[in-house]
Write a protein that binds this ligand. Structure first.
Ligand code: T5A
Length: 214
């Protein structure tokens, strides 16, 4: 089985930037890998992503939201993640079930144990070997996300980016809490640093996980 590594954090925390750089590191070391993301990763996931992120979908209630993320995950695990792991590939995934725990649990206020049970069902018990949380003040993360949007010219904040600061604060605190509860799985990186320093830290954690394997 390959290694399953997830990248988590608030909006604009730099996950996408770092997952690409981590892929380059694995390539240099001839480690077969797959980069994927949630919600997305499959044709169904991409359709669900559009519904969930679109600002016009403001009427979606928390219960429907969690089920849509879960539907996308089931398909993603069955069709993409599990087969790649079975082939011995390392899977780098931008967000996974911890996102549901913090966004729909702490952010939307749904029951933690219910989401845990749902996560076990959707991921068929699959747990990341390593989860890296990119942590930074929410104001910096949101500023980066807005700046990226400004450069893209036509884009507008999505349904989650448009939430108030209190929502984003809960998400940040939620990740730090999860990391405290499972210190052996989680690593926290200060994502306010520059891209290269963060990448160095990510690579050191990747190195650690392969050293543990041999
Ligand atoms: N969601 C998801 C749930 O509610 N429940 C779930 O179960 C799941 C799976 C997904 C949304 O769905 C929610 C969470 C999310 O709100 P998304 O579009 O996939 O939305 O967005 P995010 O995952 O939030 O990712 P973002 O694209 O907003 O941010 P990233 O990927 O963390 O950041 P990145 O790398 O794109 O960087 C943002 C900008 O900052 C710059 C980059 O160049 C870019 O412009 N940057 C830096 N600038 C300075 N210093 C650094 N160190 C930098 N690193 C990156």
């Amino acid at each position: 089985m390959g290694q399953f590594i997830t990248f988590e954090g608030i909006e604009g925390s730099g996950k996408t930037t770092q997952i690409r750089m981590a892929g380059k590191y694995l390539k240099r070391h001839h480690i077969p890998f797959l980069i994927t993301s949630e919600p997305g990763g499959t044709p169904l996931g991409r359709k669900i992503r559009k519904i969930l992120l679109n600002r016009d979908s403001y009427g979606i209630c928390a219960e429907a939201e969690v089920l849509l993320f879960s539907a996308a995950r089931v398909q993603h695990v069955r069709d993409v993640i599990s087969p790649a792991l079975s082939e011995g590939k390392t899977v780098l995934c931008d967000r996974f079930s911890d996102s549901t725990l913090v966004y729909q649990g702490l952010g939307r206020g749904l029951d933690h144990d219910f989401i845990k049970g749902l996560n076990d069902f959707t991921s068929a018990g699959l747990k990341p070997d390593l989860t890296i949380v990119f942590d930074l003040p929410i104001e910096i993360g949101l500023r980066r996300a807005m700046e990226r949007m400004r450069l893209a010219v036509s884009a507008a904040p999505d349904r989650f980016e448009g939430e108030d600061l209190e929502f984003h604060r809960k998400i940040r605190e939620g990740y730090l809490l999860l990391a405290k509860q499972e210190p052996e799985r989680f690593r926290i990186i200060d994502s306010a640093k520059d891209v290269i320093s963060i990448n160095r830290e990510v690579c050191s954690y990747l190195k650690g996980i392969y050293a543990r394997k041999t």
